[in-house]
Design a protein around this ligand. Structure first.
Ligand SMILES: CCCCC/C=C\C/C=C\CCC/C=C/C(=O)SCCNC(=O)CCNC(=O)[C@H](O)C(C)(C)COP(=O)(O)OP(=O)(O)OC[C@H]1O[C@@H](n2cnc3c(N)ncnc32)[C@H](O)[C@@H]1OP(=O)(O)O
Length: 302
């Protein structure tokens, strides 16, 4: 008993620095509907939360069609959903997945980084940082059930999770492909990949902008498991049960021990990182590359 209380105090002390200043901004979430068992169901236009209170797990479904691009509004809604779940003692784990067929997330929303003013770029980048910090340091067990393609920011979101299950579909691929767009993955994207697959594999993947199909993703370690498409959710649920069997405080402290140095680096350089991003993204050459890339995506159809 005394040990459990001591662990709780220690956990709070360790988590406190991240809790401060990391609260999600108020957004457009809909009213929480009370469930019959007292557990709240969270609704927002782009995030669907399906709670399973008996298991202590909630499934968070991203539904920002057509491609779940991480727009400012979508990021805000995701963060608010995460915060609500973290603040509800019913939940110990979340499974993040997509409600858009064939696409987990197309990554950062290119329209947020093109043809806007520097203030907008700064606001957007702060939200991207926030998403990374909040998911990376979440006290919940976070499992990605990756049921679609997951480039760049979509891959980053998966990499913040504790475990990744990818559907075995040859159309799906995952990786940090920024260089293919003529842009550079920031140091904290790079650090997260290095922590997951090691320095050499990360260097090669980042320079070449590799998008790994399922078998390759598993071999290099970008994902932990590849399963038939119809088993992605059930696999995520059974992996979650294993993780939830571990005493929560011990697991949370271990997660923080493993991730703190990486998160600290961004926390201490957060403003400089925003300035760097704004300077980089405002360059004519970068704007031209991004415009050309967006045009190519649009013309693909016609
Ligand atoms: C040393 C100095 C260092 C300094 C460093 C400082 C700062 C670093 C600077 C920048 C870092 C930025 C990091 C960026 C991270 C990112 O995530 S960038 C986004 C990367 N994403 C992609 O490359 C994916 C692009 N999309 C696709 O490949 C495809 O859309 C698809 C996901 C495979 C889906 O294909 P399909 O189903 O065929 O759908 P469409 O291509 O037709 O797309 C439908 C519409 O969606 C629009 N769209 C697609 N992706 C995005 C996106 N990421 N953002 C916004 N919009 C997107 C697409 O244009 C279509 O729109 P329309 O319907 O035509 O209007």
């Amino acid at each position: 008993m005394a040990l459990a209380v001591g662990m709780r105090v220690l956990t709070r002390a360790l988590l406190r620095p991240w809790a401060r200043g990391l609260r999600a901004a108020p957004g457009r979430t809909g009213p929480a509907a009370g469930g019959g068992d007292g557990v709240r169901c969270f609704r927002s236009p782009r995030v669907l939360v399906e709670p399973d209170p008996a298991a202590g797990v909630a499934v968070v479904k991203m539904r920002n069609p057509p491609v779940n691009s991480l727009s400012l509004e979508f990021l805000t809604e995701l963060l608010i959903s995460l915060e609500k779940l973290e603040n509800d003692k019913t939940f110990h784990g979340i499974i993040i997945t997509s409600d858009c067929p064939g696409i987990f997330s197309a990554g950062l929303d290119l329209t947020e980084m093109c043809g806007r003013d520097p203030e907008h770029y700064a606001e957007y980048w702060k939200a991207v940082q926030e998403m990374w910090l909040r998911f990376y340091l979440s006290n919940l067990v976070v499992i990605a059930a990756i049921n679609g393609i997951s480039p760049a920011g979509g891959c980053l979101l998966s990499l913040t999770c504790d475990y990744r299950v990818l559907a075995n579909n040859p159309k799906y691929a995952i990786g940090l492909n920024e260089t293919l767009l003529g842009i550079v993955a920031p140091f904290w994207f790079k650090d997260t990949l290095v922590n997951t697959i090691g320095h050499r594999s990360a260097e090669r993947a980042l320079q070449l902008g590799l998008l790994f199909p399922p078998a390759e993703a598993l071999r290099v370690g970008v994902v932990d498991q590849v399963v038939p498409e119809d088993q992605v959710q059930s696999t995520a649920r059974s992996v979650m049960a294993q993780w939830l069997d571990i005493p929560d405080h011990a697991r949370q402290l271990t997660k923080i021990l493993m991730r703190k140095p990486t998160a600290d680096r961004l926390l201490t350089e957060r403003d400089a990182d925003i300035e760097n991003f704004v300077r980089f993204i405002c360059k004519d050459s970068i704007q031209k590359s991004l415009h050309a890339y967006l045009e190519k995506l649009k013309q693909k159809k016609g």
